[in-house]
Design a protein around this ligand. Structure first.
Ligand code: GDP
Length: 417
């Protein structure tokens, strides 16, 4: 079916920071799960009649089982999320396709949807669509089918469509990256609603700008709103369609410097999300169309082969450079935001279960000490009685002796008379 599997090893990819951290924290939670279950078994053994623990103690420890289970579920599904924004036709879908090394999302003139498309890995070999809130899977085999399916399903503006694509076909999907394509920021006024619904958990934002024009107010406004809702969002700016510059090589440097300065200014001075130096590392001049074409050729997919414009290799390297910096940024940011909280929670659960067991241990020790004390008191009481008995016996003995003596005396007196 023409599907080419990604065999390339990606152990060097910065995404592995996230992948490894995810594996580690999942393993740790398996251990916490075992520990909590062992604690429950122990509590069962010491609860009940004459037991040390009360049914409430048992229930308290048992409650941790479902808590740990819930965290494990979330951890299994945790991913890195990148959201793409920009005006219609700036090339958002093409950038996503180039990053996925395949034409997955429909792009081009005439294709505009009002919905958000979230591309994520499917665990099976199938590719399918699912609209938010529905369980129905719509099988799609190709981009044109996807385009048709999107037009056919009556989508509300601002709705979300999940596009599941076999993980094994794209390295990014395999490493748990989820990519969100948005309707152009120029087509809807509902920016606030968008941000609240789809962006609050994004680890990275990519603004796909058009290098043939300057940043637009609508594009800027969107990010102003984002930065009021998210503290220090990670934003990359792609000046796409940089292949257009090949036709005017004499202005290339000048135009690039002008665009770059404006973008640095926007990120550092206007949005204040990073320093000017950091901003320089977040701005790239690329051609998504060329990058996609190059990758389709690499995978021996049939493509129409226009001659690529002068300088395409440099643009392609810049695209690859963007991907590397992006991967580093998203994976570090996701580890921080997604796992820090869970590892804290895991630590607390382990400590709380230990505290509960300690209470039981202390009760048991107290009870043991009380028993020993009781025995000691009993022993003392017995000794006292013993002593009393000895005294009484001695006194009795004396008395009897004296009586015997007096009787003997009297008898001898009587006899001698
Ligand atoms: P979107 O609406 O932002 O998702 O934009 P698309 O990805 O659908 O792209 C719109 C049109 O621009 C398509 O015809 C693409 O082939 C074209 N396009 C995208 N990137 C580039 C590029 O880097 N250079 C050129 N020349 N055209 C591009």
């Amino acid at each position: 079916n023409g599907a080419v599997r990604v065999n390339m090893s990606n152990v060097d990819s910065p995404l592995q920071i996230f992948v490894r951290a995810k594996k580690k924290i999942n393993d740790i939670f398996v251990e916490i799960d075992d520990y909590v279950k062992d604690a429950v078994t122990f509590m069962h053994a010491v609860t009940g009649e004459n037991g040390i623990a009360t049914p409430q103690d048992l229930a308290n420890v048992e409650a941790y089982v479902s808590k740990v289970q819930a965290i494990r579920e979330v951890l299994k599904r945790d991913h890195m999320k990148v959201a793409f924004f920009g005006r219609t036709s700036n090339g958002k879908s093409t950038v996503i396709n180039a990053m996925l090394h395949d034409k997955i999302l429909p792009s081009g003139i005439g294709h505009t949807t009002n919905c958000f498309l979230q591309v994520e890995g499917s665990d099976t070999d199938e590719s399918f669509l699912r609209t938010e809130g529905s369980e129905e899977k719509l099988n799609v085999q190709s981009v044109s089918q996807l385009g048709h399916a999107l037009c056919a399903t009556r989508l509300q503006e601002c709705s979300l469509v999940h596009v599941y694509w076999p993980r094994e076909l794209c390295a990014l999907l395999r490493d748990d990256v989820v990519l969100v394509d948005s309707p152009g920021v120029d087509v809807t006024p509902n920016l606030d609603e968008w941000i609240d619904k789809y962006c609050l958990d994004a680890d990275v934002f990519v603004l796909v700008a058009n290098a043939e024009s300057t940043l637009m107010v609508t594009e800027k406004n969107f990010f102003h709103k984002v930065s009021t809702k998210i503290s220090q969002p990670n934003i990359f700016i792609l000046n796409n369609r940089w292949d257009a510059s090949a036709s005017e090589p004499e202005y290339l440097d000048q135009v690039r410097t002008q665009h770059a300065n404006r973008c640095v200014d926007f990120l550092s001075r206007e949005l204040r999300v990073c320093s000017p130096k950091e901003a320089e590392e977040r701005i790239f001049f690329i051609s998504a169309k060329e990058a996609l074409l190059t990758r389709m050729r690499e995978r021996e997919k049939p493509v129409s082969s226009p001659i690529l414009a002068e300088g395409h290799q440099v643009r392609y390297f810049e695209f690859v450079d963007f991907e590397r910096k992006f991967e580093e940024c998203i994976s570090k940011s996701a580890v921080r935001t997604k796992f820090a909280q869970h590892s804290r929670r895991g630590k607390n659960i382990a400590a709380e279960v230990m505290a509960a067991l300690e209470v039981i241990y202390n009760t048991a020790s107290d009870q043991k000490a009380a028993k020993v004390e009781k025995q000691r008191i009993l022993h003392e009481q017995l000794s006292a009685i013993e002593e009393q008995l000895t005294t009484i016996t001695r006194q009795m003995k004396d008395k009897i002796n004296r009586m015997v003596e007096s009787v003997e005396h009297k008898v001898s007196l009587t006899l001698s008379q």
